[in-house]
Design a protein around this ligand. Sequence first.
Ligand code: ADP
Ligand code: MG
Length: 356
Amino acid sequence: MYEKKEKKSVETGNGLTSLAELGEFGLIERLTRNVKRYHPETLKGIGDDAAVIDAGNKVILLSTDLLVEGIHFDLTYMPFKHLGYKAAVVNISDIAAMNGVPKQMTVSIAVSSRFSAEALDELYAGVVMACDKYKVDLVGGDTSSNIKGLMISVSIMGEAKKEEVIYRSGARPGDLLCVTGDLGSAYIGLLILEREKSVFQVDPNMQPELSGFDYQIGRQLRPEARTDIRNLLIGTGIRPTSMIDISDGLASEILHICKQSGVGCKLFEEKIPMDEYTRELAKEYKIIPSVAALSGGEDYELLFTVKQEDYDKIKDIAGITIIGHMTATTEGKFMITPDGKAIPLTAQGWDGMKGR
Ligand code: ADP
Ligand code: MG
């Protein structure tokens, strides 16, 4: 988990490589270039939502996420309980993205003396609430002091049968590109919270005006993981060819599937499912609504591909939308606008949207 904000670190000016230049994925590739694999049980290491480890008649799924104060959350508007809940959910979501069942997690925290035990009680109440809801056992962790701020790192284990696991790499040209739920609301929720925060900072006596935005703010502060999709797909007999969760924005997640699968794609802008009020709010913020979905992130919906022959099975399932299809890699990665323009998909959808 990496926030775009971090990329702002500037040129080092001393011949060393700046992180800004590398970007998140460049950095991960660089750091892990000498990593060897010693155990044949390690079926999948770096590069998917979770590692996949052979455990005989099943596989273990393993994933971890780090949340850092000031980067991933702002305690001005993020209640501790929500933060604990979200820290657990973003990990559970990675297991859902592999088509697995979440089972155990560890939670590690680093806290400065600025925090009270009561505040951390609330944080853990949130973690436990998520564990209860998703039936995950909290089995350990680590606790450390910190010079400044709060960090939470959650690691999660899940299970699946080997043949059930869905990787990012299985998409083929012609496959339909599908998404669960709706997108962009978590980002609009963040904008609303940021706006009210600046009002609050100018005049501390002002009460933030958050009523009416429950859906958007809820999506930002208290996301859910789509663990229900596994059973829904089993029930309909559809087996996705690839899958990923949407933590960083639709565009970047589509590009991950394209890269790992060696395919291109055509995404149809008007098909992107969005809450109607979120669309309106996006326009108020002078954002093209689809950009909130393409670049916003944190919706924690699932993005997946299915074989074209599954079209009849998938087309009428409530809460699943077909938004495009995969193509040969030579055909590129494009979003088609309602008036038929093809815009190259970029990880920061903003760039691609310039000049529209
Ligand atoms: P996600 O968005 O699903 O949480 P990330 O984008 O954070 O996944 O990570 C992509 C892949 O890189 C994952 O397989 C993750 O385990 C791996 N990864 C991320 N950071 C590191 C790191 N510092 N060292 C080794 N592997 C990493
Ligand atoms: Mg993920």
